[in-house]
Ligand binder design. Structure first.
Ligand code: S3P
Length: 429
């Protein structure tokens, strides 16, 4: 288990970040959706993190050939038909991989076993297993199908109309992927729009997806293979956000991100940071499957407390880093309606609050969030609980006071060069 020590930053920084990790959500989807075409997809800037490499290795087991091309691009060559794999499909730490593969494979004839690391094997899968079972999928696992390893015996799927009780892009994507192989038109609805990469990418590939009344999405089953993907994956706003917080808390600092996704369902945390007093500017440069451009974040004086209880799915992954900004803001910040934090890579309400308490910050825990009373952070030894976003959030907090982070291997799941970038700002050992 690796331990990293981050020293307090001695000077303000002015950082041009053109090497933020490529978007994890889009990377997973590009490898999976390539299976829906009969021609090779070309993907530039695929995230070489453990989570998305697990997805790439799973699609290989399903018959895909992955070829390295020039400019670091990969060519994903789909098989004529998905192959019944000889081995267990290991999703590692990636909930996105496990849940989306459930939907993708439920309608494919064959036997598939999905597993993951000890953290993923504790995360709830019933949210995708139950609706898939209702339409005829045969899926089993521990605790009645809630916990991996999961066994899927793919087969024919009935058309469905499903109003999801949880606003989750993973559930939505699993059900949309299942719908593409169902026997008729399917309808899906969530109460609040979760990240919409699946809809954007599948539409771009020629799938028939329509917005219907009252937030329903209608999905037609595939009549023929889809167009292949041809894309360059933008920087991941959730990864960039760690350095956005860094600039917002280290007096006099500035950071600029290029070629970053500006998808509105992904940049809400930047807007909250702006409302707390940071200076944030956005510039759309192109629109390919989704808006892509630049974000600049500058220290704007001291931060002010904020209440966050709306549009939670648009900033769920950024809440741990935002908690660090809340910890140094003036006043008491609150996060509500965020019970989903409990079932992420760790129970992020518990892990954020334990870490903040260790840094001398007063907090209060709610079933669906927390209150954080802004104060002065002090150096501590923080356990990441195997959760990449906890490790990175508190490494950034270390810029103000120094910090020791225990168990940092998990950072490689989503942002392998995180500490390289951090070491441009301060000493990291
Ligand atoms: C993801 C969706 C989110 C997010 C996760 C990635 C995706 O999860 O937390 O990191 O790529 O679809 P939920 O959709 O379950 O909230």
């Amino acid at each position: 288990m690796k331990t990293v020590r981050v020293a307090a930053a001695r000077n303000p920084f002015d950082l041009l970040c053109d090497d933020i990790a490529p978007d994890k959500s889009i990377s997973h989807r590009s490898a999976m959706f390539a299976l829906l075409s009969d021609r090779p997809s070309r993907v530039k800037n695929y995230l070489r993190g453990e989570d998305t490499l697990a997805t790439l290795s799973i699609v290989r087991s399903l018959g895909v050939a992955v070829e390295e091309e020039d400019e670091g691009a990969i060519r994903i060559v789909p098989p004529e038909r998905i192959v019944e794999p000889e081995e267990i499909l290991d999703c590692g730490n990636a909930g996105t991989a496990m849940r989306l593969f459930c939907g993708l494979l439920a309608g494919v004839e064959g036997s598939f076993v999905l597993t993951g690391d000890r953290y993923l094997r504790r995360r709830p899968m019933r949210r995708v297993v139950d609706p898939l079972r209702k339409i005829g999928a045969a899926i089993d696992g521990r605790e009645g199908g809630n916990l991996a390893p999961l066994h899927i015996r793919g087969g024919a799927l009935e058309p469905f109309e499903y109003h999801s009780p949880v606003d989750s892009a993973q559930v939505k994507s699993a059900l949309i992927l299942a719908a593409l192989r169902a026997k008729g038109t399917c309808r899906y609805k969530e109460n609040f729009l979760s990240r919409d990469h699946t809809e954007r990418m599948l539409l771009g590939m020629g799938a028939e997806l329509r917005k219907a009344e009252e937030g329903w999405i209608e999905i037609e089953p595939l009549a023929k293979p889809l167009e292949p993907l041809d894309l360059r994956i933008p920087a991941d706003p959730s990864s960039a956000f760690f350095f956005a917080v860094a600039a917002a808390i280290v007096p006099g600092s500035v950071v600029r991100f290029t070629e970053i996704s500006l998808n509105p369902t992904r940049i809400e945390a930047f807007r909250v940071l702006e409302s707390m007093g940071a200076q944030v500017e956005y510039r759309i440069v192109e629109d390919r499957y989704e808006p892509i451009g630049e974000i600049r974040v500058a220290y704007g004086g001291g931060l002010r407390a904020v209440e966050v209880s709306e549009r939670i799915p648009w900033l769920i992954d950024e809440l741990p880093a935002l908690a660090v900004a809340m910890a140094v803001a003036e006043g008491t910040s609150r996060v509500r309606n965020a019970a989903e934090l409990r079932v992420k890579e760790s129970d992020r309400i518990a892990s954020v609050l334990t870490a903040l308490e260790a840094c001398g910050i007063e907090t209060e825990e709610y079933p669906d969030g927390y209150a954080i009373r802004g104060g002065e952070l002090r150096a501590a030894r923080i356990d990441s609980h195997g959760d990449h976003r906890i490790a990175m959030s508190f490494a950034v907090a270390g810029l103000l006071c120094g910090m020791e982070i225990v168990d940092t291997d998990c950072v490689a799941t989503s942002f392998p060069n995180f500490f390289d970038i951090l070491s441009r700002i301060t000493e990291v050992e």
